[in-house]
Design a protein around this ligand. Structure first.
Ligand SMILES: Cc1cc2nc3c(=O)[nH]c(=O)nc-3n(C[C@H](O)[C@H](O)[C@H](O)COP(=O)(O)OP(=O)(O)OC[C@H]3O[C@@H](n4cnc5c(N)ncnc54)[C@H](O)[C@@H]3O)c2cc1C
Length: 385
């Protein structure tokens, strides 16, 4: 049987890198995943170990647009996400920062932040959502007013993953007006700029270990070097979200993989009526369904990465990938709990963690409902079916 990696054109060097990474996951990430979740503890040391393997540096500068690197970043997120979605999401965050800096960062800002982000010595966060603007992003209230060559920002961001520990936040703001149709810009707001403050840490059901808080901006003077785009910010953030959706899809596929790892091992060891539950057909059916979905999810992640790598990605394909993979992750986590019976809802096994993380993954970077509506509208507008 030809290995999937061969079928999808993964070269020998990359394949051996992924094998090394899998060993790293088993030795370094898997043993930490439970503690990170239970203690909800931020893990910069583990991210330092990832940085030593070069994981945060895959998409720096011109590499951000290289097809082989985009494919590798997708595979890395999927593999790490199968052991710890929290660690996977932290790496996704570094990749998104790299892509945003490569696409829109001015030289001085890149010089200052790219190296530290790649070395896991600095962390960035994305400030897009606001209390009244998650799905409805045109409703953001944060405003930037021009002041000579710099800009003054006022407003606030919510749901900002990693903001309590991040050195900078990439902020989406309206320009000069809070009108719904106002032009938007993207600004790199640094933690120590006067007027930047943070709310209390949010307590979420999933993705533990990644601190999250509101970011408040009061008369924050942002110099010209920190302006990522002063116009067309909405479009640019949507492009960033396109990339983020591949990451979310990979995390979904990773969770699905993790569920298979757990449920096959448990099904082989748990005995009822004198035989392992693996011998019961309904258990086989559930495992088979997970495998069907994993095969489709992996292929979809790779197709989404290929679309992104063209430089002109199909946003609906990326949305489909995000929805399919995260919904399949949720279904797999639910099926996995069923296979575990009562043990599935105890904290003794990682399955309840995958269930909580899967639910969160369906929500961020566009909810499954909203993305499916967008895909449906695109389908209705097409006449060449
Ligand atoms: C774990 C996690 C991490 C996150 N990290 C970040 C981050 O780092 N930075 C950031 O900026 N944001 C982040 N977010 C925010 C996330 O992107 C938003 O939660 C998401 O976009 C949904 O927005 P909302 O929560 O405001 O829901 P709402 O927009 O209020 O939607 C609520 C419900 O209504 C539905 N709905 C809304 N409008 C319509 C419509 N027109 N038709 C039909 N149904 C509709 C939605 O599908 C959803 O089910 C994060 C969220 C989570 C859960």
């Amino acid at each position: 049987m030809t290995a999937t990696r061969e079928l999808t054109g993964v070269d020998e060097e990359t394949s051996s890198f992924l094998d090394t990474l899998n060993a790293f996951c088993r030795e370094r990430i898997a043993p930490r995943a439970e503690d990170i979740d239970r203690e909800d503890k931020w893990f910069p040391d583990l991210l330092g170990e990832c940085a030593a393997l070069g994981l945060q540096g895959l998409l720096v500068e011109e590499n951000a647009f290289r097809r082989d690197r985009i494919f590798l970043a997708e595979a890395v997120t999927r593999l790490i996400g199968s052991y710890s979605p929290s660690v996977g999401l932290a790496l996704c965050a570094a990749h998104i920062q790299s892509v945003m800096l490569a696409s829109y960062g001015r030289p001085a800002v890149k010089e200052k932040w790219l190296g530290p982000v790649v070395a896991a010595e600095a962390f960035g966060s994305m400030g897009i959502s606001e209390p009244d603007a998650g799905t409805d992003l045109r409703n953001i209230r944060t405003v930037a007013r021009r002041d000579g060559k710099s800009w003054v920002l006022n407003g606030g961001k919510t749901w900002t993953t990693l903001s309590p520990v991040s050195d900078f936040t990439v902020v989406l703001a309206k320009l000069d007006s809070r009108d719904r149709s106002a032009e938007m810009g993207v600004f790199l707001v640094e933690r120590d700029m006067p007027g930047v403050t943070y709310g209390a840490n949010e307590s979420l059901i999933g993705y533990h270990g990644l601190p999250m808080a509101n970011v408040y901006l009061e008369d924050v003077q942002v110099p010209a070097d920190n302006v990522m785009t002063a116009e067309g910010g909405f479009k640019n953030v949507l492009q960033g979200l396109n990339f983020a959706r591949i990451g979310a899809a990979s995390l979904g596929a990773g969770i699905l993989h993790g569920c298979l790892r757990l449920s096959t091992a448990y099904a082989r060891s748990r005995v009822t009526y004198g035989t392992p539950i693996a011998n019961h057909q309904l258990v086989q059916l559930r495992i088979g369904e997970m495998m069907n979905n994993l095969a489709a999810a992996e292929a979809l992640c790779q197709t989404a990465a290929a679309s992104y790598a063209t430089g002109d990605p199909d946003p609906h394909l990326l949305a489909s990938a995000k929805v399919f993979c995260t919904d399949a992750a949720m279904a797999a986590a639910t099926a996995c709990v069923t296979i575990f019976g009562g043990m599935g809802v105890t904290e003794q096994y990682a399955i309840e963690r995958y269930l909580r993380d899967a639910k969160c993954t369906q929500i961020f970077d566009g909810t499954s409902d909203i993305l499916t509506l967008q895909v449906g509208r695109a389908g209705l507008a097409r006449e060449d079916w």
